[in-house]
Design a protein around this ligand. Structure first.
Ligand SMILES: Cc1cc2nc3c(=O)[nH]c(=O)nc-3n(C[C@H](O)[C@H](O)[C@H](O)COP(=O)(O)O)c2cc1C
Length: 274
């Protein structure tokens, strides 16, 4: 997969043709899904591809906004912040694979839980979010165009609002982390709930580590666990692009006591460069 191309080309699609996935696309996607179960700290999530029939009622929350879709990818996890981060991390890998297969997709965080009643959910487990996949009609409905405008979906925060020097809290100078410019730039382009982009990344040169922090930018999304999924999505982009550039590293969680507190930010995870 050309990861840079997938990241740059991916856009949320809300107007799908009502076709089922072609058997060859479905096979490739399912093969990828089955090979992509192990996330951060070896936590495993099984994702399932569900195809609803023409005769099934449409999902309540997609009335109007998302049209024509009938294929969904979803999994279940514990209802904890770290499980949601892992969910975002793994499901975004599937998003990028789908994009590579020329499939359109959209993350959906707020959906009708009863719609997937046939999926067995054990006690205390949740479906943190779902993905619709399919073929784009190539056109946007008026309501979709308005929704994109409302969240400025085509825009992203500039570098100086997202990436910082851990030692000084100043804007991160790209000179210091030259090999990682592309990793950060591709993280900047990641999708997030309501395009809220809650990730703030601090580079600590002494330890050669990138610390990922969450800024609660929308209380409603935060209360529904969406910002944690967003953090996992950012981590996915950072890792895949670093890996493509042969920059080795792994995810660690530093002791909260060893991480300095930074204003209103919450520490999530650290990429340790090797
Ligand atoms: C965790 C998550 C949840 C989302 N939930 C919804 C949703 O419920 N409905 C929707 O129309 N779009 C949803 N989106 C899509 C975002 O609005 C979209 O990614 C963002 O506006 C950026 O636009 P882009 O994906 O086209 O780059 C969600 C995205 C993420 C990452």
């Amino acid at each position: 997969m050309d990861i840079i191309k997938s990241i740059q080309q991916r856009k949320s699609c809300r107007t799908f043709t009502s076709e089922s996935l072609k058997p060859s696309d479905r096979k490739k996607l399912e093969e990828y899904i089955n090979s992509n179960k192990t996330g951060i700290k070896n936590e495993v999530i099984d994702f399932t591809l569900v195809e609803k029939k023409e005769t099934d009622k449409p999902m309540k929350l997609t009335y109007g906004l998302i049209k024509g879709n009938k294929t969904y990818i979803l999994g279940k996890t514990a209802s904890t912040a770290s499980a949601r981060v892992n969910y975002g991390y793994l499901l975004e890998k599937i998003v990028l694979k789908a994009t590579d297969l020329k499939l359109a997709s959209c993350w959906i965080g707020m959906f009708d839980k009863e719609y997937f009643n046939d999926i067995q959910i054990e006690n205390e487990q949740i479906i943190p979010g779902i993905l619709t996949v399919g073929y784009s009609t190539g056109k946007k409905s008026t309501i979709e165009s308005l929704a994109r405008k409302a969240v400025k979906a085509d825009k992203r925060k500039p570098w100086d609002q997202l990436f910082f020097n851990y030692e000084t809290n100043a804007i991160l100078e790209s000179e210091i982390i030259k090999p990682y410019i592309e990793s950060l730039e591709m993280t900047r382009l990641a999708p997030s709930s309501g395009n809220t982009q809650p990730w703030r990344i601090f580079y600590e040169s002494a330890a050669n580590e990138f610390h990922f922090f969450k800024k609660i930018t929308n209380q409603n999304y935060e209360s529904k666990g969406m910002h944690d999924i967003d953090m996992g999505i950012a981590m996915c982009h950072f890792e895949l692009v670093s890996d493509k550039n042969d920059l080795k590293g792994n995810w660690i969680k530093n002791d909260a006591s060893s991480i300095k507190s930074i204003n209103d930010l919450q520490y999530i995870n650290t990429w340790k460069c090797l």
